[in-house]
Write a new protein. Structure first.
Length: 291
């Protein structure tokens, strides 16, 4: 058919599994009045759309609205006489998560278990080790595993991973944790700037704990989901504490081309970070979001 082309869409989650959901799909030509709507399509199956107008540039705005994942969109060009296949990866909508399958304490890395056993965490001072891990709510546990997974993947030029310098934790939040670290960690981070692992960052938004002073802040060079380490030191004891967090930097919108505005900033949702780590950096935080 002259001036016509076809599209085939496939829908996946961040683990590259077929999406277990249903989707509404809207297509609108950017210059002509041609548009199509496909409602309630089972997302586990490919969607074929035929007879789309390839004239006047043939560019369509495509919007996909699932029920349990964030809506996404992009612009796609239709080519005359051809069938083009496009895959969409959709991140979980945190508000639709019904359960999180976390690893057991025994299955955690030995280094993380050791740190939790040595920790006295604000709000859970009476427990440590497995009891501390079990006492964390889903958001705090997700945040901890996100940062741990990213720290393990981030390695200094000598081969040591960032988490290997962590001694104990004293505060765990959904977006960050505060931890005592070995004294030479700051030097390792500073030295890694030349290797383009970290760069200096603003520390203005990071408040030092009582008795400690600011001592530089650094970010990894990832475009999205970067690791920020803000150091504080006690000049009397020479102890160092870090505030470790993962910065979304609007990654959930850019990585997946999410349609609706997502609040990103100081309190980025840990489940969004989970999706960015898996999809953008191929880092598995070891837990699964069930929607």
């Amino acid at each position: 058919m002259s001036g016509k082309g076809n599209l085939v869409f496939d829908f996946f989650n961040v683990s590259d599994e077929r999406l277990d959901d249903r989707v509404d799909v809207f297509l609108k030509h950017q210059e002509l009045s041609d548009s199509q709507q496909i409602r309630n399509h089972p997302a586990g199956k490919s969607l074929r759309i035929e007879g789309l107008d390839s004239t006047h540039g043939g560019t369509y705005q495509v919007q996909i609205f699932p029920t349990r994942y964030r809506p996404v969109g992009r612009f796609i060009r239709v080519l005359e006489g051809k069938t083009a296949r496009h895959s969409f990866q959709l991140p979980v909508d945190p508000d639709r998560v019904v359960r999180v399958d976390f690893p057991s304490f025994d299955s955690l890395g030995d280094d993380l278990k050791r740190v939790l056993e040595n920790s006295s965490v604000e709000g859970n001072e009476s427990v440590a080790g497995a009891d501390l891990y079990d006492a964390l709510d889903d958001f705090r546990k997700a945040g901890l595993l996100n940062i741990y997974a990213k720290m393990k993947r981030t390695k200094f030029p000598k081969g040591q991973d960032v988490f290997s310098f962590v001694s104990s934790m004293n505060r765990i939040r959904a977006q960050r944790f505060f931890a005592r670290v070995q004294k030479d960690m700051r030097d390792e981070v500073k030295n890694s700037i030349a290797a383009n692992l970290f760069h200096e960052a603003s520390e203005a938004l990071h408040t030092p704990p009582p008795g400690f002073s600011r001592a530089d802040s650094f970010k990894s060079r990832d475009m999205f989901g970067n690791l920020q380490l803000s150091f504080f030191n006690n000049p009397n004891t020479l102890e160092f504490i870090i505030d470790a967090d993962l910065d979304d930097a609007q990654g959930i919108q850019h990585v997946f081309q999410v349609l609706r505005p997502v609040f990103t900033g100081k309190n980025t949702h840990p489940y969004d970070i989970h999706e960015i780590l898996l999809a953008h950096q191929k880092i598995d935080p070891m837990y699964k979001l069930i929607v």
